[in-house]
Design a protein around this ligand. Structure first.
Ligand SMILES: Cc1cc2nc3c(=O)[nH]c(=O)nc-3n(C[C@H](O)[C@H](O)[C@H](O)COP(=O)(O)OP(=O)(O)OC[C@H]3O[C@@H](n4cnc5c(N)ncnc54)[C@H](O)[C@@H]3O)c2cc1C
Length: 462
C-alpha cells in the first residue's frame, strides 16, 4: 500500500468533496493506489455546507409547520417557537454522524488521506505541505464556492451567503433572498416555516427558472399561498445598510427592506491559483473543460464535480468520480446522460424532475411531435391525506417514449426514482401503465399519469 509522499500513486485527487471522494472510494475498490488531498473537511460542500445541513433545516421547518397546522388534522398542537440552538444541534448532529461514517469508509479502503492545501505542480503531481504527490493520473475536484454580483460585497452579517445562513444562531425577522434558483427557494422555504418574513428577488421571469415552466408556476402559486413574497423579472441594482438591516433596490425601482440579504445567485468554480492553467489545462471562465469521460485536454488530468460545467449536484459529482475511477481501472464506463440525472428542489412543496422540459422537447422533436399530460394531485388519495397540492406532468414524444417527468408537491422528491427509470429506459406510457402502483401512495399518481397518457385514465377525466 502506498503510504508516503515518495510513492507514485495510480491516482492523486485534489479535493475531497462529493466528486473527489467518490472517485477515491471507487478507485480503491478497483485496486488502484489513491491519494486524496483535502484542505478542509472530507465530504466538502454537500456534507458540511450544502445538501445535508440544508435538508436538516428544511426538515426542522416541516416539523414547525406540522406543529402550527396540527388543528387542520384535528390534532391540537401549536408552535411555541424555534430554538435555533436546538435546530443547529440537530443539524450538526446529522452532519457529524455522516462525517464520521465517511472518514471510516475512506480509511477502510486504504486511501492515503492528506490534509492540506494542494496545488497542481505538473500534469502528474500535486504539491501539498511542502511535499510532492505524484500520480499516473491526477483528478481535479476542487469544487465551488458562493458567487456574488459585481459590487455586491458579502459581509457575513447583513449580506450573507448560504455558508453563513447555515450557521446562524438566530431566526431573522425578515430576509430578502437574492436568486430564485434551488438554493434561494430552499432557504426561503425553510425560513418561512421558521416564521421569517421572506421576499425572493429573481431577475428571470420565474422561480426555479431551469425547470419546466409548469413546475415554476405551480411553485409560485404554492409560495404565494404560504405567504412567501417574490419579485420576478427585475434585476438587483443595489443594497444599502439601514438602522435595522438592509434596503435592497431593483432596476425597476422597487425596494425591499429586511434584516438581512441572502445572496444566492449561484456558485463559481474553485480553480484560481491552483496551477491548472500552468499545467496546460483548458478552462472557460474558471471551469475546467472535460470530454464525456471527464478527461481534460491534458491526458493525465481529469476533472469532476462543480469544477466542470455540468449540473452542480452532489450525485453528479459521485457519478463523474465513479466514471473516472472506472476508466482509469480499465473498465469501459458509459458517458453520463445529464438529462437523465434526477433534480430535486427540497422546498415546500418539493419540485422534482428528470428528462427534458416541454419547451426543450418541442425544440428537439418539433412542436407537433410532443404530447404532454398533467395529473393533478387533487385526484391522488395520499396527497389529499397529506393536504398537498401539485401535479405530475409528463412530456412524451408522440407515439414514443416519455422524455420528461416534472413534479410539484410534498414528497415528490421521493417519486423521482421511478421517473428516472422511466426516462432512462425510454419507457412507453403503455409499458408504465402496465405496472400496478400501490394504493394509496403518492407514487400511484405516477401510475395514473401514465395510464392517462396510454389512453386509459382511471382516476382522471378522459
Ligand atoms: C446550500 C447548498 C445546498 C445544496 N443542496 C444540494 C442537494 O440537496 N442535492 C445535491 O445534489 N446537491 C446540492 N448542492 C450542491 C452540492 O453540494 C455540490 O454539487 C457538491 O458538493 C459538489 O461536489 P464537488 O466535489 O465538486 O465540490 P465540493 O463539495 O465543493 O468539494 C471540493 C473540495 O475541495 C476542497 N479543496 C478546494 N481547493 C483545494 C485545494 N487547493 N487543496 C485541497 N483541497 C481543496 C474543498 O475544501 C472541498 O472540500 C448544494 C449546494 C449548496 C451550496
Amino acid at each position: 500500500m502506498a503510504n508516503d509522499a515518495n510513492t507514485v500513486f495510480d491516482l492523486v485527487i485534489l479535493g475531497g468533496g462529493s466528486g473527489g471522494y467518490a472517485a477515491a472510494l471507487r478507485a480503491a475498490q478497483l485496486g488502484l493506489d489513491v491519494a486524496l488531498i483535502e484542505k478542509d473537511k472530507l465530504g466538502g460542500t454537500c456534507l458540511h455546507r450544502g445538501c445535508i445541513p440544508t435538508k436538516a433545516l428544511l426538515h426542522a421547518g416541516e416539523v414547525a409547520d406540522t406543529a402550527r397546522e396540527g388543528s387542520e388534522f384535528g390534532v391540537m398542537t401549536s408552535l411555541q417557537g424555534i430554538d435555533m440552538a436546538g435546530v443547529n444541534k440537530y443539524k450538526d448532529g446529522v452532519v457529524s454522524r455522516l462525517y464520521k461514517g465517511l472518514q471510516g469508509l475512506v480509511s477502510s479502503r486504504k486511501i492515503t488521506y492528506v490534509t492540506g492545501e494542494g496545488r497542481l505542480s505538473s500534469p502528474t503531481s500535486v504539491d501539498v505541505n511542502g511535499q510532492r504527490y505524484t500520480g499516473r493520473h491526477v483528478l481535479l475536484a476542487t469544487g465551488s464556492v458562493p458567487k456574488s454580483l459585481p459590487g455586491l460585497a458579502i459581509d457575513g452579517d447583513r449580506v450573507i451567503s448560504s455558508d453563513h445562513a447555515l450557521v446562524m444562531d438566530r431566526v431573522p425577522k425578515s430576509a430578502v433572498v437574492l436568486g430564485g434558483g434551488v438554493i434561494g427557494v430552499e432557504f426561503a422555504s425553510a425560513w418561512k416555516s421558521f416564521g421569517v418574513d421572506v421576499t425572493i428577488v429573481e431577475a428571470l421571469p420565474h422561480l426555479v427558472p431551469v425547470e419546466d415552466e409548469n413546475s415554476s408556476k405551480l411553485l409560485e402559486r404554492a409560495f404565494r399561498k404560504r405567504g412567501i413574497n417574490f419579485s420576478l423579472g427585475s434585476r438587483f441594482s443595489g443594497v444599502e445598510y439601514t438602522d435595522s438591516g438592509v434596503k435592497v433596490s431593483l432596476e425597476n425601482g422597487k425596494t425591499f427592506e429586511a434584516e438581512l440579504l441572502l445572496v444566492a445567485v449561484g456558485r463559481g468554480p474553485v480553480s484560481q491559483g491552483l496551477g491548472y492553467e500552468e499545467a496546460g489545462v483548458a478552462m472557460d471562465r474558471g471551469y475546467v473543460l472535460v470530454d464525456e469521460y471527464m478527461q481534460t485536454n491534458v491526458p493525465t488530468i481529469s476533472a469532476v464535480g462543480d469544477l466542470v460545467p455540468t449540473l452542480q449536484l452532489a450525485h453528479v459529482g459521485f457519478g463523474e468520480g465513479i466514471l473516472v475511477a472506472e476508466r482509469l481501472a480499465g473498465l469501459k464506463p458509459v458517458p453520463i446522460d445529464y438529462d437523465g440525472v434526477p433534480r430535486v428542489t427540497y422546498c415546500n412543496p418539493e419540485v422534482a424532475s428528470v428528462g427534458i422540459t416541454e419547451a426543450k422537447a418541442k425544440e428537439v422533436y418539433g412542436a407537433d411531435k410532443v404530447v404532454t399530460y398533467k395529473y393533478n394531485l387533487g385526484g391522488n388519495g395520499k396527497s389529499q391525506i397529506l393536504k398537498t397540492a401539485g401535479e405530475i406532468k409528463l412530456v412524451q414524444v408522440k407515439d414514443g417514449a416519455v422524455v420528461g417527468v416534472h413534479m410539484v408537491g410534498d414528497r415528490m422528491g421521493e417519486q423521482v426514482g421511478e421517473a428516472q427509470l422511466i426516462y432512462n429506459w425510454e419507457a412507453l406510457p403503455a409499458e408504465v401503465a402496465q405496472l400496478i402502483h400501490a394504493h394509496p401512495t403518492q407514487n400511484e399518481a405516477m401510475g395514473e399519469a401514465h395510464l392517462a397518457l396510454a389512453g386509459k385514465p382511471l382516476h382522471a377525466h378522459d
